[in-house]
Structures are given as C-alpha cells and as structure tokens.
Design a protein around this ligand. Sequence first.
Ligand code: FMN
Length: 285
Amino acid sequence: MSDEPDDVGTAHPPSRPPDPDTADADTADAGAADAGAADADAADAGVDHDAPRPRRASSPHIPPPTTAPAMSPLAFERLDVGEMRRRAQDLVQHLSSRRSVRAFSTEPIPLDVLDACIRAAATAPSGANKQPWTFCVVTDPALKRRIREAAEAEERAFYGGRASTSWLNDLAHLGTDANKPFLEEAPAIVVLFAQNRSPTGGKHYYISESVGIAAGFFIAALHRCGLATLTHTPSPMAFLSEILGRPRHERAYLLLPVGYPARDCEVPVITRKPLDEVLIRYDAS
Ligand SMILES: Cc1cc2nc3c(=O)[nH]c(=O)nc-3n(C[C@H](O)[C@H](O)[C@H](O)COP(=O)(O)O)c2cc1C
C-alpha cells in the first residue's frame, strides 16, 4: 500500500514557457513526461492560454495553421437554478456515499457496464486531446493471481521497511497491510496506464493531470453504476507492465479492482475536510 505517487517530484525546472496544448513535453521516459506536466502547474496559474505569446529565440519554429479548425455548435442544456441546486445536492450526496472497498465479493459483474464506465472515463479532457491513457481489464484468474503475488511482494517490502514510520503512521487508521486478497477476489482488475507518448511516437502533454482526471471520471462512473473499487498503488508498479506485456511508452498509473463489496465489507471511519477548509473565496467586497 503506497497511497502516494512514487514519481512526483521528478520534474525538472521548466526550460521554456509552458503552454498546455503546445508545450513540448519531454517524453524520454514517464518521469520526464510528467516534468512537462509539472511545468503545467505554473502555466495554469492565471495564464490566458488563448493569448498570443511572444516567441522566444530558442522556441522551435511552429508554422501557423493553414486551415481553420473544424468547429460545431456546442450541445449545452441550460438548467433553471432550482434544477441546478437539486442536481448539485444529489451529486454531493451521491459522491459522498462512495468509499474505497478492500473486501470484494467474487460474484461476476456485467462487463458491458465496466466497458461503459471506461467509455465514460475516456471522455475526460486531456492535454491537446491526446487521451494518453490505456485501460487494461483483467478477469483471467491466472493473471489476477500473478498480479496479486507481485503486488504483495512490493507491499511486503513497503510495510517491512521501505515506508517511513510517519507514512505508516498516516496509514494506520486504514487498517491495511501487505495482504491483498482482493486482487484475486474482485472479478475484474483494471490497470490504468499513462502513455508518455503515442504508439507512433507523437507527443503527449500534461499526462499525469489528464490520466488523473480520467481516473476520477472512472471512479465516479463505477460508483454511479453500482460498482465498487479501490484506488490501489502498490508502488513501484513496473511489474504490471511486465505481467500485462505493455509497451515501454506506457507506465502503470493505478490498479483498480472492480466488483461488488463483500457481504461483510467494512470500511475505515474517516472524515472529510469541511468546505471552509478546502474553499477560499475571492469575492468583490
Ligand atoms: C492516488 C491514491 C492512491 C491510493 N493508494 C492506495 C493503496 O495503495 N492502498 C489502499 O488500500 N488504498 C489506497 N488509496 C485509497 C485511500 O486510502 C482512500 O481513498 C482514502 O483513505 C479515503 O477513503 P475513501 O476512498 O473510502 O473515501 C489510494 C488513494 C489514492 C487517491
């Protein structure tokens, strides 16, 4: 149980002005790809992405587009305020009832529903619309067993010394340990991979942000469709690339067992931060 990304902080300082849809992400490896993403944090803070910006002498020459982009009218449903409030309340209530599940029933799930949740996730926004994600769905018991065994090996190292004492203290309230039977018990395991470039070598941008948003869509979709999951990160997750035979330009991002909760499933008692701790307003006085 890592519960923390193992590759954050690998970013190097930006060497050129970042731009979410045109920044030249370094895609030599996954960490470097995320460096482009890290640059984005600075870029997204108050930068008008549509504004023309002066070219630096060191910028690569980008020829102007010769044809107008294809556009279509936006399909947008304008709601009355009462309906907006109802939906907002329903959404808060619905999402508040989502919990991470670590004890699954072995009962099969409708795989077409899982596919639909992946389709929903794949509608997520992404840097330059590159959609830098791959969802692998594993239902083969032999593969699930291999994934469980490899994950537990990493987790034994983690709980047995790799994790700092403070980290283990922070995890104590969850009651987790190196045993991950749910990786075999859940009828499906979804491994979400981040692509640091396209299969043909094309560049991807803001990879971590994009895949993180898709993961959020996916988790919300599963919950909406009556399926439970766990956001699992048995770090490092390189074993998943090997077991699933994924290409070098993909790196495992999250491991998500999917199924119904076990009948006797319990979850740790947790609290959410109150709104005034997570929301800061800047209204005109
Ligand atoms: C990026 C990320 C990684 C996580 N990794 C693990 C993990 O490896 N093992 C685990 O049991 N839970 C993991 N979790 C689940 C968190 O512990 C859980 O989301 C948190 O305790 C809040 O509980 P809830 O999901 O039930 O609201 C992870 C969550 C996130 C967002």
